[in-house]
Every structure is written in C-alpha cells, then in structure tokens.
Write a protein that binds this ligand. Structure first.
Ligand code: DOR
Length: 444
C-alpha cells in the first residue's frame, strides 16, 4: 500500500483543532506530528489552510443491492459516498429480497467485499416472523437489526405487537428503528385524498406523515426499550416534540440514542414548493421550527449521530402523483458539505461535526479502531477546503439515479481528498477505480 503524507492540515479531532502532519502507512495512521516532512512517502498532500476530519461514518444508507439496482448499487453509491467524504457506511435491509436471514446478509457482505469503495456493514431486517434469525446475529461482525415500525419503501413493516416485544427483548445486538405510526398516517392520507383526490400536493406530505405519527411511534419504541432494556437507536428523527424523548450526554452511558439526517437539518416544508417529490421522504421533512429544534438537539447532545438515509429512486419513479411517488432522496455525495454550511452559518463547530459524524457513531456501535484521528487507528480521513465554493451540477453527480436535491446549490466547502482504510480513494475530483472498503468490526 502507498504511504501517504498529509502536511500542515488543521486536524479536527476529539474536541480540538491543531495544525499537524499525518503519515498513513499499511492502512493505518502511523504518525501524527509537528513535522514529518522528512519521512518516506509515496504521495504527499500539502494541506495548509485545509481541514482534516475523521471520515464520516454513515449509519443509515440504502444502496439497493440486490434487487433494486436500477436505482443504485453498492459500487455506484459507495463511490459517490467517498467523493463526499464518507468513509464507512451501514446499509439497510429493504432490498429485494429483503435482508431478513443470515444467508442473505452473508451474500451482501460478499458483494461489498468486492465492490465497496467505503468500509461497510449491513443491518439484518427485523420481520414479524424472524426472531430466530435475529437471535443468531453476531454482534462482533454485524452493525445491528433494523426495525421498520412504520412502513416505507419495501415490505419490512413489523406491525405485530408480539413480534416487536420479541425483538426488543431478545435481540443480541443494537435495534435501530424507523418510527412512524401507520394507523395515524392512513387516517391522514384518507382525509387528504378526500380533499384532493389522487392529486395531493407534495407539500401535504409533512401533514400526512405527521409529527403526531412520528411521536406515537418513537415514544412506543422508547417505552419498549425501557421495558426490556434494549439497546435502542432511533433513526432519522424529524420533530421538535420527539426531542423530549432523549437526553444529552455522551453515547457511552446511554441505553437509547438518537440520529438525525442531513436533509432534515437543511430543508423545511417551505422547500416542497420548489423541490416537490425530490424531497419527499419518510419520515417527512417538517417545519422550520422542527428543523431548528433538531439543530439545537444536535448541539446539546440529545441527538447523538448525524447520518444521511441516502435512498435513491429514479426521477421517472419520483415524478408522478403523490401517492405513487416513492419516498427517499440521494444524499451521500453532498452530506458533509451540507453540514459544513451550518459551520459557515455559526450553528455548528467543526469539532461538533467530527463528534456527530465520526466519533459518536464509532463509540455508539463500538466500531474497532475507526472514527478518530489516532496513531494506530485505520486511516479513514477526509480533507476539506472550507473556503472553496462550488455549485452542484448534473455532470458531477455520481449517483446511479443521476440527480440530487441540491442541484444548483452553492456549497462554500469542498471535499479535496478522502482516504479509506489508508487508500487514497478520492483526490483532485476523481474516485480511484480500486474499491478499498473493508468490513467494519465491532468491539461490544
Ligand atoms: O424516505 C425513505 N426512503 N425512508 C425510508 O425509510 C426508506 C427509504 C427508501 O428505502 O426508499
């Protein structure tokens, strides 16, 4: 493997920013120091004025393989991820077939071993009838069990109360939940159908998949976790009210943790007018007040982790009437730069971004030797120019679905380089053709 020397970067790590050199060798961070310029290196990256962060660990993506590969696949979407500064991903089970058995999980790991550009793990899907499969999950090698407590893309809804009790009481590994109450959504949908027929305007999405539907389900998940002592991670929270379910503090002490996604921190319901189905997702993007409450919760630690919920669909599939239009949007390539906008606006610090996108997911899942810029750890790094504005244009989009909700958006920061397990995966606007992702390992 090539030795990479990054000189004079502003290293953001563990609550501090300091100027230093970093030497990468054999996949790992060999040295961090004031002047390593005399050390041997095959690749030298002069990084003065730029920011080196631990690579983002995205704990929620949908890469669509197997079965939905017209929308994306592990290779195409992980390629886009490294161009965006994401060095590890955890992928969701609502593929076709759904990943509800150990055998299907093993098949995904085998595909990723050959084609993933970033480090990877995969969730087993919870179902109404697969508790035995869940009990067999090896917590050292699989990130978690995903439970759809509200239905979304695919048919993985767990709506049998006995199955939920079984999963929450017997899962040997972290349970990650999608929380929305299907009964409340169905009632809301019927009311809007009554009013508009099939031509429901996209802006109604946040009132159909309402704040009430979110709270009913996320509070049920929290109650079940308290009852059974489950290690619960509630995914993609979207409302101010849900924030009362979580407490600030370091992830280590927590039995229940919370995640928010970049688009829920960026967009609000005023954007449906402009972007329509492009920002239709589940749970829905809600009001500006909800978005501001999520930003506050990221800052004070009630939200532990920021992820993407990258969920590509083709524009042809999206661009139809409300009820037929699938939910989800592609995000991995633009997630980090969208978060850095919050730094420019004075809402988040760089240290906070490193905490919520890398340190916290590494601690929360117990990921071995990743998520920090430390000697001896895997070299998962992203070099960012905080002041090199660029505009998102169609030509540069790497998603297989070929579009982004950010088209036309100017971001003030750019990703210059991404190093994945010591390999220079993205540099000078190009993704290296060799996929170098490794399987994540867990100490827990
Ligand atoms: O908007 C969403 N899209 N939310 C989900 O939970 C699933 C995802 C998808 O897979 O399309």
């Amino acid at each position: 493997m090539k030795r990479i020397l990054v000189t004079d970067a502003r290293i953001v790590n563990e609550g501090k920013i300091q100027n230093s050199d970093v030497l990468v060798a054999n996949g790992r961070i060999e040295a961090i120091g004031g002047d390593l310029s005399r050390r041997d290196a095959d690749i030298r990256i002069e990084a003065a004025g730029r920011v080196l962060l631990p690579g983002m660990i995205d704990d929620q993506v949908h890469f669509r393989e197997p079965g939905l590969t017209r929308k994306g696949d592990i290779s195409s979407e992980s390629r886009a991820a490294v161009a965006g500064g994401i060095t590890s991903f955890m992928e969701m089970p609502n593929t076709v077939p759904a990943t509800t058995t150990g055998e299907r999980l093993a098949e995904k790991f085998a595909v990723a071993a050959k084609s993933a550009f970033a480090n990877y793990s995969f969730y087993l899907g919870g179902a109404n009838d697969n508790i035995e499969e869940i009990e067999r999950v090896d917590s050292a090698s699989v990130c978690g069990v995903k439970v759809f407590m509200g239905s979304s893309t695919g048919n993985l809804l767990v709506d049998d109360p006995a199955a939920l009790e079984a999963i929450f009481s017997r899962s040997p590994v972290l349970v990650a939940t999608h929380c929305e109450d299907d009964g409340i959504i169905a009632k809301n949908a019927a009311a809007f159908r009554e009013r508009y027929g099939e031509a429901v305007p996209m802006r109604c999405h946040s009132r159909i998949r309402s704040a009430q539907a979110c709270f009913a389900s996320s509070s049920l998940a929290v109650d079940l976790a308290r009852k059974h002592g489950t290690r619960l991670h509630v995914l993609h929270l979207t409302t101010a009210r849900e924030m009362e379910l979580f407490s600030p503090g370091p992830v280590e002490g927590k039995q229940i943790t919370a995640e928010v996604c970049v688009h829920h921190l960026f967009f609000c319901d005023a954007d449906y007018e402009r972007l329509g189905a492009r920002i239709k997702c589940n749970p829905a993007i809600k009001t500006a007040a909800d978005r501001d409450a999520l930003i506050d919760a990221v800052a004070d630690g009630r939200i532990d982790v920021i992820a993407t919920d990258h969920a590509p669909h083709t524009l042809g599939e999206k661009d139809v009437l409300y009820f037929q239009s699938p939910s989800g949007l592609p995000l991995v390539q633009h997630a980090l730069v969208s978060l850095l906008e919050h730094v420019h606006q004075g809402r988040f610090s760089l240290e906070l971004i490193a905490e919520r996108t890398a340190h916290a997911p590494a601690r929360l899942f117990g990921i071995r030797d990743r998520g920090f810029i430390r000697e001896g750890y895997w070299a998962d790094l992203v070099l960012v120019d905080p002041d090199r504005p660029w505009q998102v244009e169609l030509e540069g989009i790497l998603y297989k679905c070929g579009w982004s909700p950010f088209e036309g958006q100017t971001f003030r920061s750019s990703v210059d380089a991404t190093i994945v397990s010591g390999h220079l995966a993205y540099f000078q606007g190009k993704v290296d053709p060799a996929p170098a992702g490794k399987r994540l390992e867990f100490d827990r």
